[in-house]
Write a protein that binds this ligand. Structure first.
Ligand SMILES: Nc1ncnc2c1ncn2[C@@H]1O[C@H](COP(=O)(O)OP(=O)(O)OP(=O)(O)O)[C@@H](O)[C@H]1O
Ligand SMILES: [Mg+2]
Length: 252
């Protein structure tokens, strides 16, 4: 693997003194999809939300260790949050559109970041909706409320909104958990076709999804990293028996 885009070392996460994640090491390669799998409560969301410091700023988590994004350790302090979250975007399990139209949802962030020209904003709306495999479904209703879209469309809108900010890393926390198979398929297609343009981290409790879309998989259990490696290898020739038991559905 060439130099990872994100490199996590000895990560510890506690909530009110109670440890949730211990000594996690994880390398996340550039221009690939890394899946993080593991049973409920194993710390997947906590790890993901620490890569853009939401756990620290919103969940009051206490963290230690290192998370290097490129060469900078974001746990070392003094990180500009606006810049970090533009570079490291996040998509949540439940779609959270902003009140307003489909168009408003997409231009909100870019306008704050200084893009003002109408033609530039229009072009960004179209390209990000196309990237999120949503353009054809909403091109005639850009001015209608985002809340009128289906759940799967709302989730793709949230993905388009994240992509419109031009991120380098895209964090997805169970993005398909509440969705129908067609929306799930479209989101997987989107990740595949944009794989080379971003660094993806996909938290999923669907091991089949991890096997379908990711190139690298990390298995966490009870707050610890059990095993990580190329997806094919982790699924077919796991080194740790707990990994094999989990991916074959013997516990979950
Ligand atoms: N904001 C919080 N405050 C206190 N404890 C938390 C908080 N978030 C997570 N935890 C605890 O940290 C541990 C790991 O939770 P986390 O949500 O990271 O797991 P997960 O693997 O994402 O689980 P799931 O598959 O259910 O989403 C759990 O014991 C959980 O109760
Ligand atoms: Mg979670």
């Amino acid at each position: 693997m060439s130099a990872p885009k994100v490199s996590i070392r000895q990560l510890g996460i506690c909530y009110a003194g109670a440890p949730a994640v211990r000594d996690v090491d994880l390398d996340i390669p550039k221009n690939a999809i890394t899946a993080v799998i593991g049973p409920a409560g194993s710390g997947k969301t906590s790890i993901l939300r620490t890569i853009n410091l939401l756990s620290v700023d919103v969940d009051r988590a206490e963290v230690k260790g290192q998370i290097r994004v490129d060469d900078r350790d974001i746990l070392a302090g003094g990180v500009d949050r606006v810049d970090l979250r533009r570079r490291v975007g996040m998509v949540f399990a439940t779609p959270q559109p902003l009140p307003g139209s489909v168009y408003d949802n997409l231009v909100y962030g870019p306008r704050l970041a200084g893009t003002r020209r109408r033609a530039d904003l229009d072009a960004l709306v179209e390209s990000s909706l196309r990237a999120a495999e949503l353009w054809d479904e909403v091109k005639d209703r850009l001015r209608r409320s985002a809340f009128l879209l289906s759940g799967g469309q709302q989730q793709r809108l949230c993905i388009a909104r994240t992509l419109a900010l031009g991120p380098e890393v895209v964090l997805l926390d169970e993005p398909c958990s509440g969705l129908d198979p067609i929306s799930t398929f479209k989101i997987e297609e989107m990740m595949r076709s944009l794989r080379d343009r971003f660094t993806w981290v996909l938290v999923t409790n669907n091991t089949k999804q991890a096997a379908r879309v990711s190139q690298r998989t990390a298995f966490v259990l009870l707050g610890q990293m059990i095993e990580q490696g190329p997806t094919g290898q982790l699924f077919t020739a796991p080194k740790d028996p707990r990994t094999g038991d989990y991916v074959e559905g013997r516990f979950g």
